[in-house]
Write a protein that binds this ligand. Structure first.
Ligand code: OKP
Ligand code: ZN
Length: 343
């Protein structure tokens, strides 16, 4: 299987992130990609190719222009006021506070365009986020040209980023951008299977009113887990999209046997949708030793996960999302990909 990769991921390198009441070394760090890359090379998964620049057009098919402008300029606006330290929001337009005015000050704009304070913007965030989208788009092009499966080694991740919101370490929604590009390149129906531990609220929002993209997600129950406010089973899509959004919240402690029962149901549903292409939002933070998560999948289970995904026989684009057990993320990701290949 081909892998697409960009060195520019390293420009997202915050010194700290705000997590659980502390400023701590970021769990979403550059080492994650290096571990995956070295595992890909040591097992000989296939060639690793660089990302091609695709410009803003495919990004703007998914994200609002003003949001993209904001991401591009946020750092320089922040530095003018506070100097070169991580840009973080401290106020949000929520419930009975106004919510539809875009303030002029950077502090107000950060709140307007974000949904958490755990996602620092740094000097290189925009460069890294753009490169990550290009990684997904380069993989998408190869798939459109006839590859059966391609791995987009994206960082920063994307599935929490919505039309005009960033958060959850995500700025641009790589999987959604690739899915839209697949449609624009001639596909009629695209299915997205999100197996990251966290609900892909951004991907859900982007396609919620549409039936040309089916979004199916298995994740920790938002009643007790981030992102808390979306990802419930009664969110089934709206307007034309009713019936084309499927959430499977699972309890803390879910192991492979329980996970797989739900996965089979999800894959059956995807198969009956008859997609031209499958996009997998591939997070491995379902791992038993993930530092921020509470599922119990083991390294060998990821082989079976890949094999199960292959069983629906669709051209498949794997887009990397979360996974924070830095030592193991390489084995876990590559197990999904090699399990897929030797099904
Ligand atoms: C991004 B992705 C831990 C709080 C962590 C942020 C989670 C972002 C996950 N108590 N909150 O979906 O892997
Ligand atoms: Zn996650």
């Amino acid at each position: 299987m081909l892998t697409i990769h960009s060195r520019d991921h390293q420009y997202q390198n915050p010194k700290f992130e705000l997590i659980d009441g502390q400023l701590r070394p970021p769990v979403e760090n550059a080492q994650r990609v290096e571990t995956v890359l070295s595992r890909i090379r040591s097992v000989g998964l296939g060639s690793v190719l660089p990302a091609l620049e695709r410009g803003l057009a495919p990004i703007l098919r998914v994200h609002e222009q003003a949001f993209v402008d904001f991401l591009q300029n946020a750092w320089s606006e922040w530095v003018k006021v506070y100097g070169e330290r991580e840009a973080l929001p401290l106020i949000w337009p929520t419930r009975t506070l106004g919510y539809d005015r875009l303030p002029e000050a950077i502090d107000g704009q950060l709140g307007y365009y974000s949904f958490d304070a755990g996602t620092p913007i740094t000097a290189g965030t925009w460069r890294a986020a753009r490169a990550s989208a290009n990684v997904a788009l380069t993989a998408q092009q190869l798939l459109a040209a006839g590859e059966q499966a391609v791995f987009a080694l994206c960082r920063p991740p994307g599935h929490h980023a919505a039309t005009n919101l960033y958060g959850g370490y995500c700025f641009l929604n790589n999987a959604a951008i690739a899915a839209q590009a697949l449609l624009d390149g001639g596909a009629t129906r695209v299915a997205i299977l999100d197996v990251d531990y966290h609900h892909g609220n951004g991907t859900q929002e982007i396609f919620y009113h549409r039936r040309d993209v089916l979004f199916v997600s298995l994740h920790a129950d938002p009643r007790v887990e981030y992102p808390y406010f979306l990802g419930y089973e009664d969110e089934k899509g709206a307007a034309d999209g009713v019936g084309f959004n499927l959430n499977y919240p699972l309890p803390w402690g879910t192991d492979w046997q329980q996970y797989r029962q739900t996965l089979k149901i999800a894959l059956d549903f995807i198969k009956n949708y008859h997609p031209d292409v499958l996009v997998v939002s591939l997070g491995v933070d379902t791992f038993e030793y993930d530092p921020i998560s509470k599922f119990c999948l083991k390294t060998e289970d990821y082989l079976t996960l890949g094999k199960d995904i292959a069983s629906i026989h669709k051209p498949t684009l794997f887009v990397m999302e979360g996974g924070y057990a830095v030592e193991d993320i390489g084995n876990n990701i590559v197990n999904v990909l090699s399990g897929f290949e030797d099904n």
